[in-house]
Design a binder for this molecule. Structure first.
Ligand SMILES: C[S@@+](CC[C@H](N)C(=O)[O-])C[C@H]1O[C@@H](n2cnc3c(N)ncnc32)[C@H](O)[C@@H]1O
Ligand SMILES: Nc1c(NC[C@H](O)[C@H](O)[C@H](O)CO)[nH]c(=O)[nH]c1=O
Ligand SMILES: N[C@@H](Cc1ccc(O)cc1)C(=O)O
Ligand code: SF4
Length: 370
């Protein structure tokens, strides 16, 4: 099979499976994907100045890949109030961030009304400084909070939008195959419910990102199912702004402790996860992000030559990958991101959450952890 044929041809599920399975065409697949990336994005690599805010690590969930969640009585448990979250967003804004990515655990007391308190506090505290884009609450968090409040998804999303929610992180997707979810994340919403939340968000005017968390118990056929579902959703709504493959970090997770896996993905699979979606999505979903916090800067540079075109964000703070064993730090300066992109002969461009390029006028100041 010649992967270059998919530069201007749709891929069938069977062909997609072969792209995953046939390592004899591995380098051709990367090359074909890089060529599609070049046609769509030129030599530009985008990035964003953003900050993660994880408002609690207490969670009633039981995801077997998660090393972040703790129980209520754990000595490392924390729970920020809406006021504290707003203050953190202010610190992020003052450190130069344009976006906050707000995610936390699942708890009965976190309902849509509490999420609205968070949004209002961020708005009230950052508006005097010029405001910040709020990228918050995974589809799982939206679903659970709506259920806790006794609201349907559409009403909950409309209320969140009204209170200032700009976009939604497309996490909690993991692998969108219920058979895998049954073992991987038994308490998580079904693949259809994840789809329902993101499609309702898109139809309410709230864009989302989309992700895959791979390299654990899933098989190639599950990866194919997942990617085709994302493609179909995008064809129906056009609401995904970007795709972020998240490589499973295995070290401190229940999956490893229970002996259900021995490691995470191979380096080959990591690169296929940029290349194959690039060939599959083409212009329908033109932004594919490397996750430097999960893969490190060197591997991220390679990912940018295998189909990806976005470096992600400064993050400023990161707890989820760190808990799982990431050794790549929690924050990256704007300078360092730009150097990393220039080092591979590409042109760094600052973007906002919706991928509008921001032309900078002010001199760059280094972003610090806040
Ligand atoms: C930790 S959750 C926070 C939001 C919310 N609790 C939820 O699960 O939707 C955000 C995402 O981080 C990713 N994640 C968690 N643990 C990970 C790990 N060990 N390796 C890679 N990604 C991980 C998963 O894709 C998960 O959906
Ligand atoms: N890839 C990871 C991200 N990426 C998110 C982006 O930084 C940004 O929020 C998005 O592009 C929307 O503009 N964030 C993480 O916390 N961890 C990652 O691994
Ligand atoms: N911030 C990412 C989602 C994300 C968050 C935390 C992670 O560990 C990984 C991914 C998004 O925009 O969709
Ligand atoms: S991934 Fe999210 S829902 Fe699952 S245990 Fe971790 S924090 Fe809880």
């Amino acid at each position: 099979m010649d992967p270059f044929q998919f530069k201007n041809k749709e891929i069938s599920k069977q062909e997609c499976l072969e792209l995953f399975e046939n390592d004899a065409i591995f380098f051709d697949t990367l090359k074909a994907a890089d060529s599609v990336r070049g046609d769509l994005c030129g030599n530009v690599v985008t990035y964003i100045l953003n900050a993660n805010i994880n408002f609690t690590n207490v969670c009633t969930g039981s995801c077997q890949f998660c090393a972040f969640k703790v129980s209520k009585n754990s000595p490392s448990a924390f729970f920020l109030t809406p006021d504290q979250i707003g203050r953190k967003a202010c610190d992020a804004k003052m450190a130069g961030a344009m976006e906050v990515c707000v995610q936390g655990g699942l708890l009965p007391e976190i309902d849509t009304h509490f999420q609205i308190e968070i949004l209002k506090s961020i708005r009230a505290q950052t508006n005097p400084l010029g405001g910040i884009s709020i990228h918050a609450f995974s589809p799982m968090e939206i679903y659970t909070a709506a259920e806790n409040a006794g609201l349907d998804i559409k009403t909950a999303l409309s209320m969140l939008k009204e209170a200032g929610l700009d976009s939604i992180p497309g996490t909690a997707a993991e692998i969108l195959v219920d058979d895998v979810r049954k073992t991987l994340c038994p308490d998580k919403i079904s693949a259809d419910d994840w789809e329902k939340v993101v499609k309702t968000a898109h139809r309410t005017g709230i864009p989302t990102t989309c992700t895959i968390m791979y390299g654990h118990i899933e098989e190639n056929k599950d990866r194919v199912e997942h990617l085709f579902r994302l493609k179909r959703i995008q064809e129906e709504t056009g609401g995904f702004t970007e795709f972020i493959p998240l490589t499973f970090l295995h070290e401190n997770t229940p999956l490893i402790k229970k002996g259900l896996v021995e490691s995470g993905a191979s380096g080959l699979l990591d690169l296929k996860m940029y290349a194959i979606p690039r060939l599959l999505f083409k212009e329908k979903l033109p932004n594919i992000q490397v996750s430097w916090v999960k893969l490190g800067t060197k591997f991220s540079q390679v990912g940018l030559c295998a189909g990806a075109n976005d470096f992600g964000g400064t993050l400023m703070e990161e707890n989820i990958s760190k808990a799982a064993g990431s050794k790549y730090g929690s924050s990256m300066t704007q300078q360092k991101i730009e150097n990393c992109i220039r080092q591979i002969g590409r042109v760094p461009k600052l973007r906002n959450t919706q991928y509008k390029i921001i032309e900078e006028t002010a001199p760059k100041t280094p972003i610090q952890t806040f």
